[in-house]
Ligand binder design. Structure first.
Ligand SMILES: NC(=O)C1=CN([C@@H]2O[C@H](COP(=O)(O)OP(=O)(O)OC[C@H]3O[C@@H](n4cnc5c(N)ncnc54)[C@H](O)[C@@H]3O)[C@@H](O)[C@H]2O)C=CC1
Ligand SMILES: O=C(O)[C@@H]1CCC=N1
Length: 264
C-alpha cells in the first residue's frame, strides 16, 4: 500500500511507524514542515514537493485541527484519484474534509489514542453509509494492527469517543501522577512511588481486559469491608464526588469536540 502522511507528529508518526513495522505499508511518503527534507526517504516539507503524478492508496491527515483543511488543499487529481483520506483531526467533520479534497475521494474520520504507540490503541472510526465495504475492511485492518477499532454509525458519536478514549489516556496518566505524588508524601522514594503507580495501572488494566470482566466486581474484589480500600473509596465517592467529576470532565471534552466541529 502506498501511503501519504500529511502531518507526522506524535499521532501520525505512531501510526506510520507501526504500519511499516507490521508490513501493512510498502511505501510511505511524509509531508511535514517540521521535518528535514529528504526526498529519497519520501520525506517532504510541503505538499507541493510531492511528485504530482504519484497515486496514493491512503492519505492520512494528522495535523492539528486548525490546519486540517488548508493542509489538504494542494492535493492533485492523481494523488487522490484512488485514495481514501483518513483524518485523525479532532472535531473536523467529514463534510468539511470532503469539501477540502473537492469530493475527489472518500473520507474516513478516525479518533485513535496514544497507546497505538505500543499496539494497545483504541480507535473510533466513522465513514458515511456510501463508503465502500472493501475500503472499510482495509481501514479496519490498519487500525486493528495498533489496537482495537470500533466503527460508529453516527458522526456525532465521535465527539463522545474523543471525550472517553481519545483524551482518556491523559486522564489515567493524571491519576497515576496524583497516585505517585501521594506515595511520595506517604514516605516512598519517588522512583518506587512511580513504579507502584505504573505497575498497578498495568495490572488493573490487564484485569479489566479479561473476557467478561466486570468493573464493579473487580473493584469489590479489592475492597474488604471496613478495610483500607473502603476508607479510600469512601473519600473518592462521598467527599470527592468522583463520578460527578468524571461526568463533568468528559462533558467538557465532549463540548470542546463539538465546538471544534462547529468551527471547522
Ligand atoms: N495526540 C493525541 O493523543 C491525539 C491526537 N489526535 C489528533 O491528531 C492530530 C495531530 O495531533 P498530534 O500528532 O498530537 O500533534 P503534533 O503536533 O505532534 O503533530 C502535528 C504535526 O503536523 C505538522 N504540520 C503542521 N502543519 C502542517 C501542514 N500544513 N502539512 C503537514 N504537516 C503539518 C507539524 O509539524 C507536526 O509534526 C490533531 O488533529 C489531533 O486532534 C487524535 C487523537 C489523539
Ligand atoms: O486533546 C486533543 O484535542 C486531542 C484529541 C484527543 C486527544 N488529543
Amino acid at each position: 500500500m502506498n501511503v501519504l502522511f500529511i502531518g507526522y507528529g506524535r499521532m501520525g508518526g505512531a501510526l506510520g511507524n507501526a504500519w511499516l513495522q507490521a508490513g501493512l505499508v510498502n511505501h510511505l511518503s511524509i509531508v511535514d514542515p517540521g521535518l528535514t527534507a529528504d526526498a529519497e526517504q519520501g520525506r517532504y516539507i510541503r505538499l507541493e514537493d510531492v511528485p504530482q503524478h504519484r497515486a496514493f492508496d491512503l492519505i492520512v491527515l494528522a495535523v492539528k485541527p486548525a490546519y486540517a483543511t488548508a493542509a489538504l488543499a494542494g492535493l492533485t487529481d492523481h494523488q487522490c484519484q484512488q485514495a481514501t483520506v483518513v483524518s485523525v483531526a479532532a472535531g473536523v467533520t467529514e463534510r468539511t474534509l470532503s469539501n477540502a479534497v473537492g469530493q475527489r475521494c472518500p473520507v474516513v474520520r478516525a479518533m485513535p489514542n496514544t497507546p497505538v504507540l505500543v499496539g494497545a490503541g483504541c480507535t473510533g472510526l466513522y465513514a458515511t453509509e456510501h463508503f465502500d465495504a472493501s475500503r472499510q475492511a482495509v481501514i479496519s485492518r490498519l487500525f486493528e494492527a495498533v489496537g482495537a477499532a470500533y466503527w460508529v454509525s453516527e458522526e456525532q458519536q465521535l465527539d463522545a469517543v474523543t471525550a472517553i478514549s481519545g483524551s482518556g489516556p491523559a486522564y489515567y496518566h493524571l491519576f497515576s501522577e496524583a497516585l505517585a505524588e501521594a506515595g511520595i508524601k506517604l514516605g516512598l522514594d519517588p522512583e518506587l512511588a512511580r513504579s507502584l503507580a505504573a505497575q498497578t495501572a498495568f495490572g488493573a488494566a490487564t484485569l479489566q481486559h479479561q473476557p467478561h470482566a466486570n468493573f464493579t466486581d473487580l473493584r469489590v474484589a479489592v475492597t474488604s469491608p471496613n478495610g483500607t480500600t473502603a476508607a479510600a473509596i469512601d473519600v473518592f465517592e462521598t467527599q470527592g464526588q468522583l463520578r460527578a467529576l468524571v461526568e463533568a470532565a468528559t462533558g467538557a471534552a465532549h463540548r470542546r469536540s463539538v465546538e471544534l466541529s462547529n468551527e471547522s
